[in-house]
Ligand binder design. Structure first.
Ligand code: UDX
Length: 462
């Protein structure tokens, strides 16, 4: 099928590249010329395992193109994905101005000869499906007006030009495993009131539904959940809010474990084996971050408020998370007492492993709080340290390897659970430190091994 993906941020690029890989002809549109140039040369602007390889093979097959020309993209696509950002405003609401601009742009380039499906892939406030339809129609009307002014009074009416439907198709991709998640989805959600649009989306996703690109192709087909527009939009918010709340729940349990002398990792195992609870997203630590959970939970709280409802549980999940980000500071104070003049080393900076994303990363708050308390902060991160991505980071010295990080530190805090941190030479690192304390902010390291290496090990809730 002919697909156009507008917006080559994290979601748009992964979606476009993967759809090209499964056999569709995809044009990705972005208004950032520099980025388009980079992608045309086969380079990915984001770090995501497996993405560059797929980009290059799809580009070679001629099924993946990049352009800044929206008109060309709209003309090409039978299915047009809107995948631009919806960042949080200071109030917690989503900023939908980019979606609006794209919808208007699509309208301005639509013609009535071919039916098009416009897909909302961005996480948009509930009710946006109908709103996007309205904006696209406005774009169509503006174009008609300019045509009429140019002298063609017998041009088609706005309604005649409205040969399209809107579908909400939320993504559930995790950063760091987005390519894997695309080929191995738990479900595909399609919201629309148009049977025709749903049928086209089912055709688009058929190879994924049949698991043709999945790791385990013997599994039954991927469930496709077909709903109305608003329910599909709500599914995205509810899924993220549930997962964020689940983490806040286990973090609260961890804080109680700390006080009563229980071990939260064993508690999580014990409750996770109950199939009604499940063992995923029960890893206690220094809290959730990233580009989705904080933004989406706040947006849902805000939507509820718009309708006069106070989302108390969600507000508590956010508050527990806020408090959790200071837990490493509390533990450092317990170990070192006064932090002023001490040197603290952070192992990891990104909000989670296998990504270069620092958005809402717990490390940022830690750096700020440590600086405020007069500590000197150093950090090593496998991606940030190697790629010079430290731009915009202040109040922290970036080291190029873990041993240089350990040198002269009064304590280390493991902030991100990068696999390579399991294999560091902790014995050597302990010797290089002024005071070998390890605050394991993700309960990730082996306590016994660390103690054997000479560390005093402090976990979260254990
Ligand atoms: C999330 C959702 O998982 C994904 O479905 C959605 O599309 C986007 O948001 P992502 O933000 O990439 O994905 O990361 P995820 O792996 O879900 O982790 C989010 C945060 O929770 C990270 O900061 C992570 O460290 C933290 N986390 C996760 C925990 O603290 N404990 C856990 O058990 C799991």
């Amino acid at each position: 099928m002919r697909v156009c993906v507008i917006g080559t941020g994290y979601v748009g690029l992964v979606t476009g590249v993967c759809l090209a890989h499964i056999g569709h002809h995809v044009i990705c549109v972005d208004n950032n010329e520099e980025k388009v140039k980079l992608m045309k040369s086969g380079q990915s602007p984001i770090y995501e395992p497996g993405l560059s390889e797929l980009m290059q093979s799809s580009a070679q097959s001629g099924r993946l193109e990049f352009t800044s020309d929206l008109a060309a993209g709209v003309k090409h696509g039978e299915i047009l994905f809107i995948a631009v950002g919806t960042p949080a405003l200071p109030t917690g609401e989503s900023d939908t101005r980019y979606v609006e601009a794209v919808a208007r742009g699509i309208g301005a380039h639509l013609d009535s000869s071919t039916y098009k499906v416009i897909v909302n892939k961005s996480t948009v406030p509930i009710g946006s499906g109908d709103w996007v339809r309205m904006i696209v129609l406005d774009g169509v009307a503006e174009r008609l007006k300019s045509l009429v002014t140019a002298g063609g009074s017998s041009e088609p009416t706005k309604e005649m030009m409205a040969n399209f439907d809107v579908v909400s198709n939320p993504e559930f991709l995790r950063e760091g495993s987005a390519v894997y998640d695309t080929f191995n989805p738990d479900r595909i959600v399609l919201g629309s009131n148009s049977q025709k649009a749903i049928a086209m989306m089912q055709e688009l996703y058929a190879p994924l539904v049949e698991r043709k690109f999945a790791q385990d192709q013997s599994l039954p087909p991927v469930p496709v959940v077909v709903t109305d527009l608003s329910s599909a939009e709500m599914i995205k918010y509810a899924a993220n809010a549930f997962l964020a709340t689940k983490i806040s729940f286990i973090n609260e349990v961890a804080n109680i474990c700390d006080r009563v002398g229980a071990d939260v990792t064993q508690v999580a195992k014990g409750i996770g084996l109950d199939s009604r609870i499940g063992d995923k997203f029960l890893q206690a630590g220094i809290g959730w971050g990233g580009s989705c959970f904080p933004k989406d939970v706040s947006a849902l709280i805000h939507t509820a408020e718009d309708y006069g409802y106070e989302a108390e549980l969600l507000k508590s999940a956010v508050n527990v998370n806020k408090r959790q980000r200071s837990i490493a500071i509390e533990k450092l104070q317990q170990e070192l007492k006064i932090l002023k003049g001490k040197t603290v080393g952070l192992l990891g900076l990104t909000f989670k492993p296998d990504t270069d994303d620092m958005r809402d990363a717990p490390a940022l708050i830690l750096i700020e709080q440590l600086n405020r308390l007069g500590a000197r902060v150093k950090a090593y991160d496998p991606i940030v340290s190697q790629s010079g991505l430290s731009h915009g980071l202040s109040g922290v010295i970036i080291e190029t390897n873990p041993e240089m990080l350990a040198d002269g530190c009064d304590a280390l805090v493991l902030v991100t659970d990068w696999q390579e941190f399991l294999k560091l030479n902790y014995e050597k690192m302990a010797k290089l430190m002024t005071n070998p304390v390890m605050i394991d902010g993700r309960n990730f390291l082996d306590r016994e091994a660390l103690e054997k290496a000479g560390f005093r090990y402090v976990g979260i809730g254990r």
